[in-house]
Design a protein around this ligand. Structure first.
Ligand code: NIG
Ligand code: FE
Length: 429
């Protein structure tokens, strides 16, 4: 039997599904022989197309049609048919901001925070990110891959098909490269697409204590050039416990010189003004943004930069300052939702829980939460041409849900109604 993995002409027909395409209204979902539009995305919430057929050829979605229109017999010959029986089909979920690779954990620090210590106090005392740096430096690449494999399993079970993973716990050349190599190994060993991001400007390592500018020079001159072939973006942490705006701008300059897109941990604990500077420079995303101002939102809207919401960190840090959701929404800023999975501010290994928190804590609608985990998350990674919606030409990364309505995907906590997923037209086991 031909292995569908290696047959670019293998055809999969998903029949009898209800689709939440997340595609914009008017998107062409099928063309006729002349290339003219045969069916467009109706203007429905979630990009809904009820009772439909989705055809995959090789790795890509070929067309989507309502069942009544899908009478293309030749394509059915030899095709593999998947019966939906009324279940829902969505794009595979995308977790666009994680720190999944690290050594150790910070449960004791969490206990201290529950007794009243603050995240900032712990960081200033040499704990926090630096505590994970020590454990990550001590871990071998094999250890890091093995630990990350265990953490990624629940995300895969939830229908996550793409994940971004940052470095940032190495904080020296060798250890940052080790983390990025571990991200690549993870992608080879687990059935998921990984986007590795360099986050060398995450904290000031002990070798450069009191010399943050020198560390930034080292990041710009040595780490970014050496890591550029192992990562697809450069991130940085702009905060009073991390790096200043001028320091982060030097990191952006170096990233641009290396041809890498930028993103930034911005306005998380205080407003620094880095979000609008990053947006002006065409950043893929600005992330956290609890302290973003109303005026900042307009600049984000004009830039196309994605606002990535990380409600897990808001929850764990017992933050009370909410990102300016209503203004972001009114200004039309795309909002992504992600776990921020990390051992300190957000030990959260469930994207569906992040989606639920975005609804309950931040007031997103379930539709916005789902957009935040699909189409807007794809944009936050610069992958919107190939991922994030169900539409012709995009990769057939799909999740199947045993739910009555798409809102149920983020409705119950601790329950993942995902009953199957595909990556590039291949079923994941
Ligand atoms: O996204 N804000 C900075 N970085 C991470 C936390 C990292 C850590 O605490 O280990 C974040 O919240
Ligand atoms: Fe983060």
């Amino acid at each position: 039997m031909t292995n569908p993995m290696h047959n670019p002409d293998h055809i999969l027909i998903f029949r009898g599904f209800r689709l939440a395409t997340l595609a914009a209204p008017g998107t062409i979902l099928a063309r006729d022989e002349q290339g003219k539009s045969r069916f467009r995305q109706p203007n429905r919430p979630y990009g809904l197309v009820e009772d439909s057929v989705l055809c995959v050829r090789g790795e890509n979605i070929e067309w989507i049609l309502p069942t009544g229109l899908a009478v293309r017999e030749p394509l059915y010959a030899g095709a593999e048919i998947i019966e939906g029986c009324g279940r829902w089909l969505t794009p595979g979920l995308i977790d666009c901001h994680t720190h999944l690779i690290y050594g150790g954990n910070r449960a004791e620090e969490w206990e201290a925070r529950l007794r009243g210590a603050s995240y900032e106090e712990i960081a200033r005392a040499g704990g926090g990110i630096l505590s994970t740096m020590r454990a990550t430096r001590a871990a071998s690449e094999d250890d890091l891959v093995a630990l990350a494999k265990r953490r990624i399993a629940p995300l895969i079970r939830e229908g996550v098909t793409t994940i971004e993973i940052k470095s940032g716990y190495g904080l020296d050349l060798e250890s940052e490269l080790k983390m990025l190599r571990a991200a690549h190994r993870l992608a080879e060993e687990v059935d998921i697409h990984v986007e590795p991001t360099l986050l060398a400007a995450h904290a000031i390592p002990p070798e450069f204590a009191q010399a943050a500018d020198d560390y930034i020079a080292y990041v710009c001159k040595e780490i970014i050039p050496a890591a550029s072939s192992l990562c697809t973006a450069v991130d940085a942490f702009c905060e009073r416990i991390a790096f200043s705006v001028p320091q982060i701008e030097r990191v952006f300059d170096a990233a641009e010189a290396a041809g890498l897109p930028i993103k930034v941990h911005a306005e998380q604990l205080s407003r620094t003004g880095i979000a609008i500077i990053a947006a002006d420079r065409g950043a893929l995303s600005v992330d956290h943004i609890e302290y973003l101002t109303i005026e900042d939102c307009k600049i984000l809207a004009d830039s196309g930069t994605v606002a990535t919401l990380l409600p897990g960190a808001y929850y764990y840090l017992r933050e009370t300052q909410m990102p300016p959701i209503e203004t972001l929404r009114a200004d039309g800023v795309p909002m992504a939702v992600s776990t921020d999975a990390n051992p300190g501010s957000s030990p959260l290994l469930s994207l569906l829980t992040a989606g639920n928190m975005a609804c309950v804590q931040y007031g997103l609608t379930p539709e916005e939460a789902l957009q935040g985990m699909t189409c807007h998350a794809a944009r936050a990674l610069g992958l919107e041409e190939s991922l994030g919606t169900l539409e012709p030409g995009k990769l057939a990364d799909l999740a199947i849900w045993d739910v009555e309505t798409p809102a149920e995907i983020v409705y119950a906590l601790g329950y993942a109604p995902c009953v199957g997923s595909y990556r590039g037209g291949r079923k994941r086991t």
